[in-house]
Design a protein around this ligand. Structure first.
Ligand code: F6P
Length: 536
């Protein structure tokens, strides 16, 4: 059934291949209303996607044939959707209201979630109010958050998006094992007023443990053994935090059913909860929960994560477009594309199904992007006139968080105009007419007009937030989480494991031993040469 639905989608997309998206507005007078949806305070406009209403129906049939509703319900019920690691994936439990009754693989988890949340809140309030002080009696003024991948991208994005212009507590992030990252993060900080929050689900990650050791040495050098009291661990592996020497009362836990890239809602968000204040962190959880409820209850044809996933699949599989840009017209969201790179590409960048069979079709798109309008001066030339059609998610925020309203109007104008320009383009005949009106000779027009022509027909999704608040940010991230899940179900892959990151880690350990003087291992000539150069 699913196979047949895929064939129908692929066939339907062929009709869209050479058709002008723009022409669909005349053919479908209510297209904007039919192709847009509001969810948890977000507005999603998919009218500039290449599908007609009938073709969107075919995509919805694919979702039905793929059993999206049943898969979603199993996901929320805490079934083992991450089969290769034998776990549920239940980040939704982390943002559900107090007293909920989530179960992960039959085990109740909500009481534990509530207890950790209460402990986080108490700690965040105590640090924020100055009730909890450092070893010398001074209040904490800065936090160094150490973590990588899912233990970094989410908190870093949340902080950047919501931080006060002049924060009471400064929050800095260190992810890279590059010593420069740590050196820059610690520069100018007073250890007596700095809390170090080490975040690692496994507490075995090379980069994070290396940086944690450096930070602990930095604290001890200034504060002696009492400096250890400034180091907090966040992890799902209490045995490992104990082995690292962090006392249990300085550890905030979370369940192994929380995937790293889905973990910002857990105690992984502790640094943000402290530096932004508890109310903001709770708002983030509330916004995500509102999107969870929408995903669970909205019919497929009005379900924002489902529709966004189908639009992306229509481009990826129907039209063979392997790349997608994500451009937030909001400086505070400039890290969203990076966050989505892990969320989408680590979740769905897979070549085998959850049963170990080769996938039947292409999976994750390559995601790239950065803040508009900056990227208009970087890769937008290619977006408009390159040989590849690159679909784009454009995000905009109606109200500015701060600053001049005159700038905000210009920012929004650019967001809307770029989506329009990408779709509508500019015909060669209108370019020729313009050049002729300026008195240009025909021979020159022949040369220049094609270069100034925009073929258009480049699809976009437009996501509009009223304001960038904790709630709208939470809803936005949950929208993309569920969209990624829907894609994974239709591609029949496990979106919650990441075996593809293991091989490189293992080889790095072997190479490190050699760089540190160990016996040379068996390598290809290129690798052996690089190792030799680095040792010389
Ligand atoms: O990049 C691989 C990965 O395992 C991610 O999935 C994870 O978010 C990251 O490393 C960090 O892992 P940890 O939180 O265990 O340090």
């Amino acid at each position: 059934m699913l196979k047949a639905a895929w064939s129908r989608l692929e066939a339907a997309a062929q009709s869209a291949r050479d058709r002008c998206i723009d022409s669909l507005f005349a053919a479908e007078p209510d297209r904007v209303a039919a192709m847009s949806v509001e969810a948890a305070g977000l507005y999603l406009d998919l009218a500039k996607q290449p599908w007609s209403r009938a073709e969107r129906e075919v995509a919805l049939d694919l979702a039905r044939a793929g059993g999206i509703e049943a898969a979603r319900d199993r996901h929320f019920a805490g079934a083992v959707v991450n089969a290769s690691e034998g776990r549920a994936a239940l980040h939704m439990a982390l943002r559900a209201p107090k007293g909920s009754d989530f179960e992960a693989d039959g085990e109740p988890v909500s009481a534990g979630v509530d207890a950790v949340r209460a402990a986080m809140r108490a700690f965040a309030d105590a640090v924020g109010s100055g009730a909890k002080r450092g070893a010398t009696g001074k209040a904490f003024k800065s936090i160094v958050h150490i973590g990588i991948g899912g233990s970094d991208f989410g908190p870093r994005l949340v902080w950047d998006a919501l931080r006060p212009v002049t924060p009471g507590i400064e929050l800095r992030f260190v992810a890279n094992v590059d010593p420069a990252d740590m050196a820059l993060a610690l520069a100018g900080l007073d250890p007596a007023q700095t809390l170090v929050v080490v975040v690692s689900k496994t507490f075995t990650t090379l980069e994070t443990l290396t940086n944690a050791q450096i930070a602990r040495a930095w604290l001890r050098a200034a504060l002696g053994q009492a400096g250890d009291g400034h180091l907090i661990a966040v992890s799902a592996a209490p045995g490992e935090t104990a082995a690292f020497g962090v006392p249990d009362d300085q550890v905030f836990g979370f369940g192994d059913w929380v995937g790293g890239r889905y973990s910002v809602w857990s105690s992984v968000g502790l640094s943000c909860a402290i530096a932004l204040g508890w109310d903001a962190f709770q708002g983030l959880l509330d916004g995500a929960h509102a999107m969870d409820r929408h995903f669970q209850t909205a019919p497929l044809e009005a379900n924002a994560p489902v529709l966004l996933a189908l639009a992306h699949i229509f481009n990826r599989n129907g039209l063979g477009r392997p790349v997608r840009a994500v451009v937030p017209y909001a400086q505070r969201l400039h890290l969203l594309p990076t966050f989505l790179q892990q969320l989408e590409m680590e979740s769905n960048g897979k070549q085998t199904t959850a049963n170990g069979a080769p996938v039947a079709r292409a999976t994750s798109t390559t995601v790239f992007g950065d803040a508009g309008t900056n990227v208009q001066h970087a890769f937008f030339q290619m977006m408009h006139q390159g040989t590849d059609i690159i679909p784009i998610d454009i995000l905009a925020v109606r109200q500015a968080s701060e600053g001049e309203t005159v700038s905000q109007a210009k920012l929004l104008a650019n967001a809307v105009a770029q989506a329009e320009a990408l779709m509508v383009g500019k015909s060669e005949s209108s370019v020729r007419a313009e050049l002729a009106a300026k008195g240009m000779a025909t021979a020159d027009i022949d040369e220049l007009a094609p270069q100034k022509t925009f073929h258009g027909n480049r699809p976009s999704s437009f996501i509009l937030l009223d304001a960038l608040t904790p709630q709208s940010l939470g809803a936005l991230l949950a929208l993309y989480e569920h969209k990624t899940f829907v894609e994974g179900v239709l591609w029949e892959i496990n979106s919650f494991d990441q075996w593809g990151v293991e091989l490189g880690k293992t080889l790095a350990v072997a190479v490190l031993k050699e760089l540190e003087g160990g016996a040379p291992g068996a390598h290809d000539p290129s690798t052996a040469d690089l190792i030799a150069r680095l040792k010389s």
